[in-house]
Design a protein around this ligand. Structure first.
Ligand SMILES: Cc1cc2nc3c(=O)[nH]c(=O)nc-3n(C[C@H](O)[C@H](O)[C@H](O)COP(=O)(O)OP(=O)(O)OC[C@H]3O[C@@H](n4cnc5c(N)ncnc54)[C@H](O)[C@@H]3O)c2cc1C
Length: 287
């Protein structure tokens, strides 16, 4: 019985604690600090006579989880998919892959994109956030992936067999990965995305442009929404839709904390995590 939790914020740690105490082996995969670490002082959480910094609260949570045998892996998750040959899921990290019977998504709300005119306007009309979901629509088309790291490379590699031309637009950043030969690397800074009904062009700050039929956003690392989307988990207005026990529409996948919306506070993230951890264990026992 193995539960994988993605994220080591209050939601992820609470999910891990309840799943572990419920008898499961638990691995928390985390890329490091989340929203909590940027909170200077917390004064509205139970049990502290004096304010505590978000970073310290987070570290205490992690230390407590380690004490009861929860395993931590420092890695950046890029995608999750159901296993082909057995029940459970394959979690793809930058460092390596992991297998688990149930997964709790607790990776916060961060959704990185670029803030140039045209991005919001063309979301869903040529701008996509998920290669696995939308590659099919771009067969034999020219597409661009925006990003400079492992996640962008992951999305580019998924798109390559489908498309006729693939550009990796780093938007002024130095690429952090080796770019395959069949990907056109373009480091120019982007000024605007334009089109009519759908995306047609990316304009650069030096006055030049390229024509594209689609753009895949893969800036920074994958967030909760990106991971959910690839799994076919339903979203509503940028939040993961969950039931009473934090279950998503995909059996075995749970979500907790800021990524499910509502009160974006520690106390709610902890409650969500507890529910998700318990529900994941019940799910695995019932299999
Ligand atoms: C400045 C600030 C001040 C705040 N002050 C308060 C306050 O006073 N009181 C209060 O109750 N709340 C406060 N909050 C809100 C609170 O911090 C959040 O509600 C809470 O941290 C949400 O917990 P979470 O576990 O859902 O997400 P997060 O704490 O954001 O944790 C997300 C985790 O997911 C990991 N992660 C993300 N993507 C990946 C990936 N692809 N692979 C692996 N790991 C990944 C991150 O590294 C992190 O460990 C504040 C937030 C901010 C930003």
């Amino acid at each position: 019985m193995h539960v994988i939790v993605i994220g080591s914020g209050p939601a992820g740690i609470s999910a891990a604690l309840y799943a572990r105490r419920g008898g499961a082996a638990v691995t928390v995969i985390t890329k490091g600090e989340g929203a909590l670490a940027s909170a200077e002082e917390i004064e509205n959480y139970y049990g502290f006579a004096e304010p505590i910094s978000g970073a310290e609260l987070e570290q205490r949570g992690i230390a407590g989880a380690k004490r009861i045998g929860i395993v931590f892996e420092t890695d950046v998750v890029m995608s999750i998919c159901p296993l082909d040959t057995e029940a459970g899921f394959l979690v793809e990290g930058v460092q390596r892959n992991y297998k688990g019977g149930a997964v709790v998504l607790a990776a916060g709300t961060q959704r990185k994109t670029i803030t140039v005119p045209g991005v919001r306007e063309f979301e869903g009309r040529g701008i996509s956030y998920c290669a696995i979901c939308d590659a099919f629509f771009y067969r034999n088309k020219r597409v661009a992936v925006i990003g400079a790291g492992d996640y962008a490379l992951h999305e580019a590699q998924y798109l390559l067999p489908h498309v006729v031309q693939l550009s990796l637009l780093t938007n002024g950043e130095t690429p952090l990965v080796d770019v395959p030969e069949d990907v056109v690397l373009d480091t120019r800074k982007i000024s605007r995305i334009v089109g009519e009904r759908r995306v047609r062009q990316v304009l650069f700050t030096d006055g030049t442009s390229i024509n594209v039929d689609g753009i895949f956003m893969a800036v920074g690392t994958a967030g909760s929404m990106d991971l959910a989307r690839k799994l076919g988990v339903l979203l509503d207005d940028g939040k993961i839709i969950v039931g009473k026990h934090m279950e998503t529409n995909v059996s075995g996948i749970y979500a907790a904390g800021d990524c499910t919306g509502g009160l974006l506070q520690i106390v709610k993230a902890c409650y969500d995590g507890a529910e998700a951890g318990l529900a994941a264990v019940r799910y695995l026992r019932g299999q």
